[in-house]
Ligand binder design. Structure first.
Ligand SMILES: *Cc1c(COP(=O)(O)O)cnc(C)c1O
Length: 342
């Protein structure tokens, strides 16, 4: 398959319209037959559930060309399962894992020319989502839904090497206890935009959010989970909380830490007061895999992470290399982690 004439090395993280997307409608109590469409626009009621009451959930995953030239997705079954959890919580109809994976395969095969070549650092980002498209004026679940999945090629997150970032401790909360912090809902992002803009204006990449009830424990950022490495370099610690979004990258990294690097892994509440005692701090998510944090700004002074602002610490570097090797096919993957599309 001939690739599109795209300068893969200059791609950022932005939307590029590709040739095909997958669409499937749920109405009259059931899913209709789905399929590909070349129409990138959607036409919905002005009173759609998504427009009035933000009834929408999404996913994000990447498709790569491996060293052997295969086109693969990283653990997409977990994205399917997480989307099912989001649908349950927002009273939307669920897509089975089987149907989700079939849609993914169909979408990617139709847009193969947009899959960035191995070694470019770029990848094909997949955006699946479900939203209420039917009209609702009284507060209630919408009468109809669309499941849609599109893709867009995205560049290497860090160009010219991984660089530590500065973040700030936010005065805002991301998610309430017993709320929707654990699902990938659009509403969680809408209400984080204000705090995100404030952080950017002050010169920080991201916000660190604490638990809303006590403001004592570390939760996550707007779109990535935290991992911490202890000073002896032997332990990975990651916050446990019911209001954190269960990152697939983070869940995979704990396995890589244990089984590939022989680290001890602790998933437990992490008090903010403990943060200065760690040697390395990382943010993990599909977009960047791991972003090293070099500094955390607080009103009571800045926390300088020992690994510093010049480069990523040694343990996070090993973790990152191992997991990206697994994704690219240069490191053997655990059973079931790599979904081959073609
Ligand atoms: C998507 C997301 C993450 C990262 O999850 P991955 O599955 O690793 O991409 C972390 N936090 C929030 C709030 C998210 O929405």
């Amino acid at each position: 398959m001939e690739k599109k004439n795209i300068d893969w090395s200059s791609l950022g993280f932005s939307y590029m319209k590709t040739d095909w997307r997958y669409s499937r409608i749920w109405e009259d109590g059931q899913w209709k037959e789905g399929g590909l469409t070349d129409k990138a626009e959607v036409t919905i009621s002005e009173c759609a559930g998504v427009l009035q009451y933000a009834q929408t959930g999404f996913e994000g995953l990447k498709v790569y060309e491996t060293v052997k030239g295969e086109v693969v997705a990283f653990r997409p079954d977990l994205n399917a399962e997480r989307l099912q959890g989001t649908c349950d919580r927002l009273i939307m109809p669920k897509i089975s894992t089987e149907d989700f994976l079939a849609a993914l395969d169909e979408l990617v095969k139709a847009n193969l020319a947009y899959v960035p070549p191995y070694g470019s650092g770029a990848s094909l980002y997949i955006r699946p989502f479900i939203y209420g498209c039917g009209p609702v004026i009284g507060v209630a679940p919408a009468p109809s839904y669309e499941f849609r999945m599109f893709c867009t090629p995205v560049g290497a997150y860090f160009k010219g090497g991984v660089k530590p970032i500065r973040i700030m401790l936010s005065d805002f909360d991301r998610a309430a206890p017993h709320g929707t912090g654990h699902i990938k809902a659009g509403l969680n992002y809408a209400m984080s935009l204000y705090a995100g803009e404030m952080a950017h204006k002050l010169g920080y990449n991201e916000n660190m959010y604490l638990d809303a009830a006590t403001r004592t424990y570390v939760e996550e950022t707007g779109g990535a989970n935290f991992i911490f490495i202890t000073k002896d370099g032997k332990k990975l610690v990651t916050p446990k909380s019911d209001s954190i979004l269960p990152s697939i990258t983070r869940r995979s990294l704990t396995v890589v830490a244990k089984d590939y690097l022989g680290l001890e892994v602790e998933e437990r509440p992490v008090a903010f007061s403990e943060v200065p005692s760690f040697a390395e701090v990382g943010l993990c998510g599909t977009a960047a895999v791991i972003s090293p944090v070099g500094e955390i700004h607080t009103k009571d002074g800045d926390i300088k992470v020992p690994s510093g602002m010049a480069e990523m610490g040694p343990v996070l570097t090993k973790l990152r290399e191992t997991i990206t090797g697994i994704q690219m096919g240069t490191v053997e993957a655990p059973e079931g982690w790599i979904h081959r599309i073609c």
